[in-house]
Ligand binder design. Structure first.
Ligand code: ADP
Ligand code: MG
Length: 233
């Protein structure tokens, strides 16, 4: 397993600033952030054997430093229930990406367990010219894309910042349990935000970060996708 330093140095030595999902999740996992365990497969057979080790249903995604939005180009296959489906998904993903991005360097395909459904939230970080790193919190999917229902705090965050930024979004009632849905473990989300704040503080070479989405549950939360962009060195 590579250390945080090695992951960043390797990307730099290859002249890239976008980490792959697998690299980004590994960095965050080492920082204590809860992410879905994700492994790289470099052949159809390997994709199947990793799927069997993890246990079905699984998700396969393109692993390429040149593909930023994996699902737009047919690079994400969800809910694969058998070895046969996983094998077919591997072939379909490579075919779709080669067609859509003929120039893309492809590391392989990432394999992870299909997470159970939860309330989708996102945590992001970008750098402001005046304030430096700023964390963003919001509800995932259309609520962020269309309604821009998000809150911001400057890094490093206090416990109180984390508490407030969750509660000040308009969609907060969705986290408290809505129409019979179980309430989300908000204390755990506060912890998660503080862990991300610590990670950002300790890794100044990270220019941008996106955990989108995180599935929040009544008993915890887990990031199913992660994107990290490094500063130009
Ligand atoms: P993109 O690069 O397009 O953002 P994602 O990794 O976020 O790709 O995958 C697209 C969508 O697929 C996510 O928004 C999420 O709804 C779903 N998804 C991704 N990974 C998982 C997973 N491990 N379990 C369940 N759903 C997932
Ligand atoms: Mg995503």
């Amino acid at each position: 397993m590579l250390t945080q330093r090695e992951i960043i140095d390797r990307a730099r030595s290859e002249g890239r600033s976008l980490l792959t999902e697998i690299e980004a999740k590994e960095l965050l996992k080492q920082a204590g952030v809860s992410v879905v365990d994700t492994k790289l497969a470099t052949s159809r057979e390997e994709a199947i054997s990793i799927s069997q080790q993890l246990g079905f249903p699984v998700v396969l995604k393109i692993a390429s430093p040149d593909v930023v939005h994996k699902s737009d180009a047919g690079g994400v296959k969800l809910g694969l229930k058998t070895a046969r489906q996983a094998g077919k998904a591997y072939d379909d993903i490579l075919r779709a990406i080669k067609k859509e991005y003929p120039e893309a360097k492809i590391q392989g395909v990432s394999v992870q367990k299909m997470a159970r459904p939860g309330v989708e939230v996102i945590i992001g970080m970008s750098k402001d010219a005046q304030f430096g790193p700023v964390l963003m919190f919001g509800l995932g999917g259309v609520l962020v894309e269309i309604l821009k229902d998000v809150s911001f705090r400057i890094v490093p965050l206090t416990k109180r910042d984390a508490r407030e930024m969750i509660r000040e979004i308009k969609g907060y009632p969705l986290l408290e349990g809505y129409r019979g849905q179980e309430p989300v473990d908000v204390a755990n989300l506060e912890e998660l935000i503080l862990e991300v704040s610590n990670f950002v503080e300790q890794n100044p070479e990270v220019a941008e970060l996106d955990l989108n989405p995180i599935f929040a549950y009544s008993d915890g939360a887990v990031a199913v996708d992660a994107r990290v962009i490094l500063e130009e060195s």
